[in-house]
Design a protein around this ligand. Structure first.
Ligand code: IPE
Ligand code: IPE
Ligand code: MG
Ligand code: MG
Length: 376
């Protein structure tokens, strides 16, 4: 079986339905008449692609785990992602009017409410991950078939929950997405040849200092390094964390090296679920690093040639805001080739997993292809 025979649209739809219902259920724990809750709902339930939670679920399934274990953290990540979009759209950052096909949160509500709705989504995400058992089925929702109701009765081990809190706070925070947003804003002046925002550039291995005159690195190559780092932080970290969180939720242990006996037992019994360690984790991480960057390259491409009515957000804004992007540095065609190469790399890393993983990794592989060909 290869990815061509895999029905990705059905897979995405099925998982999306479960995620939508779970997120809705989280919101139903609050009084729906509250302004804050209305604003949270406005952005969270506006129909994003749900790529990050779907990746978490697909990663859990790729290692043979029960995806329901990954649902709380998958939805928490979607809540953090939505908060980041609400804040990203604010006048002080990108000043956008349209998001997920509806007015941005600060347009539909007040700017202050949008800031607070973002804060609330971010904070509540950590409540969900740390105590998923507090999320009970509130209403008999259509989208929850009877068979899906055990969703609320199955949770990862407490120690795993702690690891997940650590993972997502690291990916979203000071050395993750938020720093990426800082670099993104500073990149505007960088392309105009002003000094780049220098903190934590992390280019020292390649050049002594990005400010040095007469550096052997060309201007383009310096900007490329800046752009890759920016996107690794801004977009990549949360996408990588999604895949890792899915795997960790079902018992993959990043620092766990199987000893020879365990290896033997697994091989003999064929009972491999929840018995994977560092090697599996690293290959899944490599996959995620590649699709994370590819996702942002295609995002830049869509900002040039995408259709706003399909994307549900504005196109052409990067040029308007003088943003440093892959198409401005490489041109459209080279950017497309670069994205394709990254997706090949992602699929290649999954091919390196043991043979009996291969069928289970089909969703992850198909998602990598989808990232390349997406139109929204
Ligand atoms: C948009 O993310 C912001 C980026 C990180 C590029 P998505 O394209 O995943 O947005 P939604 O969740 O589908 O709205
Ligand atoms: C948004 O990035 C990324 C985050 C909120 C972390 P962009 O500003 O590039 O994406 P869009 O175009 O608004 O979705
Ligand atoms: Mg932005
Ligand atoms: Mg933006």
């Amino acid at each position: 079986m290869n990815t061509q025979n895999f029905n990705l649209s059905k897979y995405l739809k099925d998982k999306e339905n479960i995620i939508e219902a779970y997120l809705n259920n989280i919101l139903l724990h609050f009084d729906q008449q509250r302004e804050l809750v209305k604003a949270m709902r406005h952005s969270l339930m506006a129909g994003g692609k749900r790529l990050r939670p779907i990746l978490a679920i697909a990663a859990a399934e790729a290692v043979g785990g029960n995806f329901r274990l990954a649902l709380p953290v998958a939805c928490a990540i979607e809540m953090i992602h939505t908060y980041s979009l609400i804040h990203d759209d604010l006048p002080a950052i990108d000043n956008d009017d349209l998001r997920r096909g509806v007015p941005t949160c600060h347009k539909a509500f007040s700017e202050a409410t949008a800031i607070l709705a973002g804060d609330a989504l971010l904070t509540h995400a950590f409540k969900i991950v740390s105590k998923p058992e507090q999320i009970k089925l509130k209403l008999n929702q259509d989208k929850f078939a009877k068979s899906e109701q055990p969703i609320f009765e199955i949770f990862p081990d407490k120690l795993v929950l702690l690891d997940l809190v650590n993972l997502i706070s690291d990916a979203a925070g000071v050395d993750g997405m938020v720093e990426g947003q800082m670099m993104d804003m500073a990149g505007v002046s960088f392309i105009n040849n002003a000094l780049p925002y220098s903190n934590n550039l992390n280019l020292q291995s390649e050049v002594d200092s990005p400010f040095q005159s007469g550096s052997f690195k060309s201007d383009i190559s310096l900007k490329m390094d800046y752009l890759k780092r920016l996107h690794h932080l801004k977009t990549g970290r949360m996408i990588i964390a999604s895949v890792q969180a899915g795997a960790i939720s079902v018992g993959v242990m990043p620092n766990y090296n199987l000893n020879a006996t365990e290896q033997f037992v697994i091989e003999q019994c064929g009972n491999i679920t929840n018995k994977f360690g560092a090697e599996t984790f690293n290959l899944l991480t490599l996959y995620a690093e590649n699709i994370g960057l590819a996702f942002q390259v295609t995002d830049d491409i869509l900002n040039v040639e995408g259709d706003p009515s399909i994307m549900g957000k504005a196109a052409g804004s990067d040029k308007l805001n003088d943003k440093l992007t892959f198409p401005t540095l490489l041109g459209l065609e080279e950017s497309k080739k670069f994205a394709a190469k990254l997706v090949d790399g992602a699929i290649e890393s999954l091919n390196m997993l043991p043979l009996d993983f291969q069928e289970r990794t089909l969703p992850l592989k198909a998602i990598a292809q989808y990232i390349l060909n997406r139109n929204k």
